[in-house]
Design a protein around this ligand. Structure first.
Ligand code: SAH
Length: 412
């Protein structure tokens, strides 16, 4: 079954990245090493000086070295246009020369702001959105917050983009609740950048590196935007967890779901499910889906996302994935397919032992850290599992991060 058929509701043609074998990413090569921010201390793209094709080769070699002994490693799926893929930007305010308000990223390992007007990774409209908020803030004479002296008001602007609708959500993070002239400011932002369909103020008085605080006020719009991934609608609020490369996320999920070889009857677990993206994308192709997630607000979002899409065969639980699967094993419950997408630290022996006891026909292990995935595959290999396939997906071009999908089956 082809993946576009499998994912039914929306054709995915044209979204798939190319493998290393399928040729150089010429556009990437021409721009490599030409970012002025690198010299000013931005550490965001440690691989930028390498042509994109070379980056992919190195990532592939790393995967083969780490995971090759568990099964065949397919050529990594890179991006056709590995630029401007990020759907989220955080820009921090500071004084620039001549007491001019600037915003940008902290230089690596410091709290010194490197002003950013354009970034090779951000969606271009996000740089325009940040510029609009910065310009309006200049006009309204808002002062940047100084953490040492505890003076000033505005700390950061966070912007998120929906690839499917083009909408932008912007959040101005302030150190105290009063934003003078908030209404007029909001109107000015909208005028400067109509793509910003919703603007919120978030209040974060606490010192430290957390960007968002607990209090939020919507200045206009709905307070969230929506994106469509694998045919399913997802709500993105300021603090929602959401993958930052939407093009490659669709490649990743399609790879994972097609590897699961669902026929419409299976009982599926989506472990470490976040806001339910994988489980909800798989639900149309499975009998039933249950998702488990530790973070309460993410689990609640998963429930809302199921409702908003009228998906009736998926339910979600808030709790520890290992305890949940262990409980299923103890009750003798059956599962046909388990997706697991743990955080960077990987899974745990309790989870993996329970997986062995439930013994689904397939486990699809999605990982953002091949080192911990290797540790977990080692554990499973000792218990009779092998990798049918291992597929790298380049979710973060120009950085060293690698995402993988390992499809595991067990010798009976
Ligand atoms: N599959 C989702 C999220 C992956 S990120 C997606 O693709 O968007 C990993 C998720 O695991 C996070 O949402 C995190 O909150 C959750 N998590 C971390 N430890 C967990 C645990 N012990 N049990 C269940 N979920 C956990």
């Amino acid at each position: 079954m082809s993946i576009s058929i499998l994912l039914g509701r929306r054709p995915l043609s044209g979204l798939f990245g190319r493998s290393v074998d399928m040729g150089a990413q010429m556009e990437g090569i021409s721009r490599a090493g030409r970012c002025p921010l690198e010299k000013r201390g931005c550490g965001g793209c440690p691989m930028l000086s390498l042509p994109y094709e070379e980056q992919l080769k190195r990532k592939q070699a790393k995967l083969e070295e780490l995971l090759g002994k568990f099964g065949p490693v397919a050529p990594i799926l890179g991006m056709e246009h590995p630029w401007h893929y990020r759907n989220k930007v955080i820009s921090s305010f500071a004084w620039g020369p001549g007491k001019n308000l600037v915003s940008g990223i902290y230089a690596q390992g410091t709290h010194r702001v490197v002003p950013v007007e354009q970034c090779l990774l951000h969606r271009e409209v996000l740089d325009q959105a940040v510029a609009a908020v910065r310009q309006a803030a200049r006009e309204f004479r808002y002062q940047p917050f100084d953490e040492n002296r505890r003076t000033g008001l505005i700390r950061h602007v966070l912007c998120r983009h929906s690839l499917s609708t083009g909408e932008v959500l912007a959040v101005l993070v302030t150190a105290s609740p009063v934003l003078p002239g908030a209404r007029a400011f909001a109107a000015r932002v909208k005028e400067l950048c109509p793509a910003i369909v919703t603007l919120a103020q978030n209040v974060n008085p606490r010192p430290g590196s957390a960007v968002l605080g607990d209090r939020e006020k919507i200045l206009y719009g709905r307070g969230y935007i929506e994106d469509v991934l694998c045919g399913v609608k997802f709500r993105i609020a300021p603090s929602s967890f959401y993958q930052i490369n939407p093009v490659q996320t669709e490649v990743l999920y399609s790879t994972a779901i097609s590897a699961a070889r669902l026929t419409g009857k299976e009982r599926v677990l989506d472990a470490y499910c976040g806001v339910g993206t994988i489980g909800l994308s798989a639900a149309a192709h499975a009998g039933s889906v249950v998702g488990v997630e530790l973070n309460r607000s993410a689990a609640a979002c998963a429930v809302d996302n199921a409702k908003a899409n009228n998906i009736r065969n998926a339910r979600f639980r808030c709790g520890d994935a290992a305890a949940f699967l262990d409980g299923m094993a103890a009750r003798g419950e059956q599962l046909d397919v388990v997706f697991l997408d743990p955080p960077r630290a990987g899974s745990t022996p309790v989870f993996l032992d329970a997986l062995c006891r439930v013994s689904p026909a397939r486990a699809v292990y999605i990982s953002c850290n091949p080192e911990t995935q290797r540790r977990d595959l080692e554990y499973l290999a000792a218990r009779g599992w092998r990798a049918e396939s291992i597929q790298g997906v380049d979710m973060f071009p120009h950085t060293e991060h690698i995402e993988t999908v390992a499809v595991l089956t067990r010798r009976r």
